[in-house]
Design a protein around this ligand. Structure first.
Ligand code: BGC
Length: 369
């Protein structure tokens, strides 16, 4: 009899052990990514899922085709499946109802790369220093045109583009760049062709913004500038907020005979393979490398710490404080914000994203060839 009891106890212990394991290993993290037309998000989603699984979680990833209603349905379905944490790269402030639903269900929400606006009732926001992204773009124009040595007698010409008006990142990218460029504009060394907001809050910002980060919109706007506001000048630079739009702008420029021999300095962001090759070939001038594999790893570490109730301490990130805390302002209040560091890439340091393992072997070989 004692033997039977002993066996039963062992069986019970084993069952509860395995049930425990299953609960821990089975905790679901829902990963909601905004779109696939900007390539980085495909990588982000896959890296997040892989990092979560490596840390013993179950993970599901969905992309929303830049449509907030689709993303909200995806979030709902993660919650129905019992997700305990959600990592969301949102499209616009329509995401609020999904965040409210998550909070009703007691799930942790982490805003990933893009701030969730209109509420600060969620855990954390993790992103890059987006103001610095813009500063790097602006500085690459200053350097590319050697504006420090420029004179008002022979000014250089620039056209301005910004990202989606529904994405607060676009404000920081633009403002970072503009704060670097403005002194040169005020000295008369640089002049703006077309709409010229000095700050993202000005109405003219809406004219340079690119709804949904759509390449076709940026291309059409560039074509319009070439026969409109920039007709009488030869552009020396175009501030482009990311690689997808930068390449669309270059396409429009290429179709204009005045730019066959020499393209303006065109900026970018994301270190997309096609843009890295374009920089290598002397077309696009610069990009900004944000190591999204590091961002994904950091986001999962953060989720793990929040889920297990341990103190937040994510290596490779800094807490946004002082002026930088503005990056974490949601319109209603401040959310805890962790920042990673972006890096400017030109022809001179194409090896940096390659060495970081950002590209496939085949891509790396083509870049370094
Ligand atoms: C991201 C950029 C990206 C853009 C378009 C922004 O929120 O920070 O990396 O290029 O969205 O998807």
């Amino acid at each position: 009899m004692r033997k039977i009891v002993a066996i039963l106890i062992v069986l019970l212990l084993a069952a509860s052990f395995f049930a425990g394991c299953k609960r821990d290993a089975g905790t679901l993290i829902g990963i909601a990514m905004p779109e696939t037309h900007v390539l980085r998000w495909v990588k982000d989603g896959n890296s997040l899922r892989d990092e979560a699984v490596t840390r013993g979680y179950r993970a599901e990833v969905q992309w929303a085709d830049a449509d907030q209603r689709i993303q909200n349905q995806q979030v709902s379905s993660f919650l129905t499946q019992g997700a305990k944490a959600l990592i969301i790269g949102n499209i616009n402030d329509g995401v609020g109802s999904a965040v409210a639903e998550a909070s009703r269900e007691g799930a942790i929400v982490i805003a990933y790369d893009r701030i969730i606006q209109g509420t600060h009732d969620y855990g954390y926001y993790i992103t890059f220093n987006n103001y610095k992204v813009g500063q790097l773009q602006g500085q690459s124009i200053v350097d590319g045109l050697n504006l420090d040595a420029g004179t008002a007698a022979s000014p250089r010409h620039i056209a301005l583009f910004a990202g989606s008006p529904t994405d607060a990142n676009a404000n920081f990218f633009f403002q970072g760049a503009m704060d670097v460029l403005l002194p040169h504009i005020e000295r008369g060394v640089l002049t703006v062709a077309g709409p010229f907001p000095r700050h993202y809050s000005e109405p003219a910002f809406q004219q340079i913004a690119t709804e949904g980060w759509r390449a076709d919109i940026a291309k059409a706007r560039m074509e319009g500038l070439l026969i409109g506001d920039a007709r009488a000048v030869v552009l020396d630079a175009v501030l482009a907020p990311n690689d997808t739009l930068g390449r669309a702008i270059i396409e429009a420029l290429r179709a204009d005979a005045r730019y066959h021999a020499r393209l303006p300095v065109v900026t970018g962001q994301d270190a997309e393979f096609d843009s890295i090759m374009s920089i290598k070939n002397g077309e696009q001038y610069s990009t900004v490398f944000k190591d999204t594999a590091l961002l994904a790893a950091a986001a999962i570490i953060l989720a793990d710490q929040l889920l297990s109730g341990t103190a937040v301490d994510v290596p490779g990130t800094i807490l946004a404080e002082g002026e930088l805390s503005e990056i974490g302002f949601t319109g209603t209040g401040y959310v805890n914000t962790l920042l990673l560091d972006p890096i400017l890439i030109t022809r001179d340091n194409l090896n940096v994203p390659v060495d970081a393992g950002f590209f496939s072997e085949d891509e790396a070989a083509q870049i370094m060839r």
